[in-house]
Design a protein around this ligand. Structure first.
Ligand SMILES: Cc1cc2nc3c(=O)[nH]c(=O)nc-3n(C[C@H](O)[C@H](O)[C@H](O)COP(=O)(O)OP(=O)(O)OC[C@H]3O[C@@H](n4cnc5c(N)ncnc54)[C@H](O)[C@@H]3O)c2cc1C
Length: 353
């Protein structure tokens, strides 16, 4: 009754009432904004190149500047073994384990009410069919060990595998309603378990490595362990009595009451200008996402903060408008606005004057 669309061949199921769904970008960005509100300094687009042991700690060299610190936390995903290797002998290896997904349009959103797992395999928790917090359906992932730590390509063959397995859970899935495919790399450790510890031969260096799935769900608990290890290393840390638990409010215009919508528009008329027609995102929300304390500087940065481009047209209509708003708000030229990282240029120059 709670999952009426489940495949009729399913015989029995276990219900985990505490299971839940989060928006991974929203969660990570909210935590990052809160950390910065509480004094964390964030250096983005900064690549770690080397770590050297020095008196009382480490010298961390990056492509931008050097840092000296008493404590290093190695939370570098599929590169964690390489970075561990800068200060100690190899004690584990990370294999990038790729997983591919379909995102289905909101027309499919009613098909499931919970995260539907199948029986796990040796390679992980198997292909899921799950609702997202915004009303889409997510189908995947598969699990494929690679050697390339940058390979985020999707492939027809593996997506076919995902489809074949997913219909065993929900036969009615309509893949013609797919709006996006993507792949991610899990950091599969040779130890087959999370590694959260101070490295024995490198005092003050904490590995938070091999954080494979479900690393996102486990992150708050892992953080508590890391805090205890860091406290032991640093010795003299004090509780921040000024800690601010809440970040600046983020308004999702379309879900606000009519009264609140009117107030927002009265305060800033850009909340009355609808930019993304699929997800109903206003110019006011986009401008806010750019000027928050860890504001968006790229088209995907805006998308991950307030969702223009996440809908059925995937930014086909609103993409150029987002570029214009970013350029205007950041005082840049249109050609300088990138998709997601340095050099991911969208426009190269004018063709007509
Ligand atoms: C297909 C797939 C499905 C998943 N499903 C789930 C799920 O259902 N539930 C769940 O809880 N979790 C899930 N996960 C796992 C979750 O995404 C990870 O556990 C989590 O992202 C790991 O976080 P992390 O911070 O350890 O690593 P990452 O998120 O990989 O972050 C590491 C960061 O380090 C940076 N970095 C690396 N090297 C350098 C360097 N030299 N200089 C500067 N920066 C560097 C990287 O750029 C990256 O930003 C899934 C993952 C995948 C791929």
């Amino acid at each position: 009754k709670i999952e009426p669309k489940i495949n009729k061949n399913a015989v029995s199921a276990l219900l985990a009432p505490t299971g839940g769904v989060v928006g991974p970008w929203e969660m990570t960005i909210a935590l990052m904004e809160n950390a910065v509100d509480n004094g964390v300094k964030l250096d983005l687009n900064t690549e770690l190149l080397d770590i050297e042991k020095i008196e009382g700690g480490y010298k961390v060299s990056t492509n931008k500047r050097d840092y000296e610190t008493r404590c290093v936390i190695n939370a570098s995903g599929v590169y964690a073994d390489k970075i561990h290797g800068m200060v100690a002998e190899e004690s584990f290896k990370i294999t990038p384990r790729r997983g591919q997904y379909f995102v289905l349009d909101k027309t499919q959103g009613e098909l499931v009410n919970h995260v539907i797992f199948q029986c796990p395999t040796k390679l992980g928790k198997g292909v899921l069919v799950t609702p997202t917090v915004h009303g889409n359906i997510l189908v995947g992932p598969d699990a494929e060990d690679l050697s390339d730590r940058k390979n985020l390509a999707t492939t027809a063959e593996r997506l076919e595998f995902v489809k074949e397995h997913a219909v065993k859970s929900i036969e009615e899935l309509n893949f013609r309603e797919g709006i996006r495919n993507f792949a991610g790399l899990r950091a599969q450790p040779s130890t087959n378990d999370f590694i959260v510890e101070e490295v024995k031969e490198a005092k003050g260096f904490i590995d938070v490595a091999g954080i494979k799935s479900p690393g996102l769900s486990s992150a708050p608990a892992i953080a508590l362990d890391v805090v205890e290890i860091a406290k032991r290393i640093l010795g003299d840390v004090k509780l921040n009595k000024e800690f601010k638990p809440n970040r600046k409010k983020h308004y999702e215009f379309i879900t606000e009451t009519a009264k609140k919508k009117a107030e927002l528009i009265a305060e800033d008329k850009r909340y009355g200008n609808m930019i993304c027609r699929c997800e109903n995102i206003t110019e006011g929300e986009i401008v806010d996402s750019i000027h928050r304390n860890v504001g968006a500087t790229t088209v995907d940065g805006v998308k991950k903060r307030c969702r223009p481009g996440m809908g059925r047209c995937q930014g086909g209509f609103c993409g150029p408008k987002i570029q214009e708003i970013l350029a205007r708000e950041l005082g840049k030229s249109l050609e300088e606005i990138v998709l997601d990282k340095a050099d991911s240029y969208i426009l190269t120059g004018e063709t007509k004057k």
